[in-house]
Ligand binder design. Structure first.
Ligand code: F6P
Length: 486
């Protein structure tokens, strides 16, 4: 693999502002791939999402350009600008909410979704158009390569692999999906024609990767039940047309060295001294995108119940909730953010005193501020309803300095690895979550230390380099096998 590896995702590693400065893109996908991009010869193709991105794409004439940052090193990015209306349909109608909600079991089916002309057109004239735009850039990048490899990322790009495959039948396509894959019935919300096109796209890949064995299993089941395909569950193989598609689980580790570096930075120290100045006896923490799947409201309901049942903790505990507003052009997200603010106000009103606010809500994305809180929490709550992996569940324990206890939803990908050392909760069970808060705050020092040690050990056993190596090994192996069987 001497040619550059081509990586395609919707969200790019950087977002440019109007003045040409840039910040790191948000979310787990970018966290996972940035290390790879700076350590290997990679061209990262992504949608130009902000006006600054579009301007930068124009300056580069739609070609790759280099990005260099202190934290992440240097790598090459190619931004693709799509028609704004098509992009709006792609991002705000099909990807989020339609696919995101299907893949996190978020639809309240007696009420939504209504699939009308609007949604069908958004798939045809939005989702597919943006996928084609990004596919064209990938096809250009692999032009002239003898053994091209394209690594595709996430649920925004399900129809892209078929477009690349049609243009370059010899390409090796590896698609990693960062979110859960749900069971067959969840997919029946989609009209069969759209669903079939999505599955045909995903099955145009050579390898499809997920975070966990259970998502892999669900995908295989969907291929059998929705597509009527021949599936080898044990071997993780789907036979589609004349090809074999390998379906694999690659749990994503965090770059724990990088998180530790942030923990040691001066800016983090400034946030930390402020936190220590204001803190009460106990700190409970959550750090999330303000996304419905993260289950923020039930987390606050559990804290509310905990305070009602254990008044001895009144004025002694602060719940810091650092939530990054997200996808606000999607009505359900904007509404969710409003409900979060209302719930925080209600809990603070019910239990607060003139100089104690039980919940401190911070609606911003600030890595150092989050890491300062990671270092000091006594309890961290990750109670997502469903979550592909959840990297916060890994980042917190690796830098926490006070043997903080993790409360972890059994429906997160991270639970497969960390469940043994966390207090597991059913995210829908508010009583159980309230009890877990109490159990964590009253746990013996030895038990806290044992669990904290266990979490650190699991999280530091692997890094994203290992994750990529496993995938590259499978690419090599499958290629070698195809040399014989294809
Ligand atoms: O990891 C899941 C994911 O949806 C990524 O695909 C995405 O980049 C990230 O979360 C953040 O979401 P968005 O790109 O919509 O801000």
């Amino acid at each position: 693999m001497s040619d550059p590896l081509v990586l395609v995702s919707n969200r790019g590693p950087v977002t440019f502002g109007a003045d040409g400065s840039f910040t790191r893109g948000g979310g787990g996908l970018v966290t996972a791939l940035t290390g790879l991009a700076s350590h290997r010869d990679v061209v990262w193709i992504a949608s130009a999402m902000s006006d600054g991105d579009k301007h930068r794409a124009e300056q580069a004439d739609g070609q790759p350009f280099s990005v260099e940052s202190d934290a992440d090193g240097a790598y090459r990015v190619r931004f693709v600008t799509s028609d704004p209306e098509a992009y709006d349909r792609f991002y705000n109608v099909v990807s989020n909410p339609m696919l995101w909600f299907i893949q996190h079991y978020l639809w309240d089916l007696s009420n939504a979704p209504d699939v009308r002309r609007h949604e069908v057109d958004a798939f045809e004239q939005g989702y597919k158009v943006v996928n084609e735009d990004l596919a064209r850039a990938a096809i250009e990048e692999i032009d002239g390569q003898d053994e091209p490899v394209v690594m595709v990322h996430d649920y925004h790009l399900y129809t892209l692999p078929a477009v690349i495959r049609a243009a370059r039948p010899d390409v090796f396509l590896h698609h990693f999906i960062h979110i859960p894959w749900t069971q067959p019935d969840a997919w029946r919300v989609l009209p069969a024609s759209i669903r079939n096109e999505i599955y045909a796209g995903v099955l145009s890949n050579d390898i499809v990767g997920f975070h966990t064995r259970s998502y892999r299993w669900n995908f295989l089941q969907c291929c059998r039940d929705l597509m009527g395909l021949e599936v080898d569950f044990e071997g993780g193989i789907v036979r589609y047309e004349d090809r074999e598609v390998w379906v694999r689980a690659y749990p994503l580790p965090i770059d724990y060295e990088a998180t530790r570096k942030v923990a040691a930075s001066e800016r983090t120290a400034e946030f930390e001294s402020e936190l220590k100045r204001r803190r009460r006896d106990h700190v409970i923490l959550r750090v999330d995108r303000a996304d419905l799947s993260k289950n923020v409201l039930r987390g606050f309901a559990a804290f509310d119940q905990f305070l009602s049942e254990h008044p001895e903790f009144l004025e002694k505990v602060t719940f810091i909730a650092q939530l990054m507003p997200s996808r606000l052009d999607v009505e359900q997200y904007a509404d969710y953010l409003r409900r979060i603010e209302e719930r925080v106000a209600a809990v603070n009103h019910r239990h607060g005193t003139p100089d104690w606010m039980p919940i401190q809500l911070k609606l911003r994305d600030d890595l150092e501020e989050a890491v300062a809180a990671y270092k000091n929490y006594d309890v961290m709550i990750v109670n997502a309803m469903f979550d592909g992996m959840n990297l916060v569940a890994k980042e917190g324990p690796v830098v926490n300095e006070v043997d903080g206890v993790s409360i972890l939803s059994e429906n997160t990908g991270a639970h497969e690895e960390l469940g043994e050392y966390a207090l597991s909760v059913n995210p829908f069970d508010i009583k159980e979550t309230a009890d877990a808060i109490h159990a964590a705050l009253t746990m013996s020092a030895e038990e806290r230390a044992r669990r904290a040690r266990g979490l650190k050990e699991v999280v530091t056993a692997r890094d994203p380099g290992d994750w990529i190596d496993d995938q590259i090994d499978d690419i090599r192996e499958k290629r070698a096998a195809a040399g014989v069987s294809r």
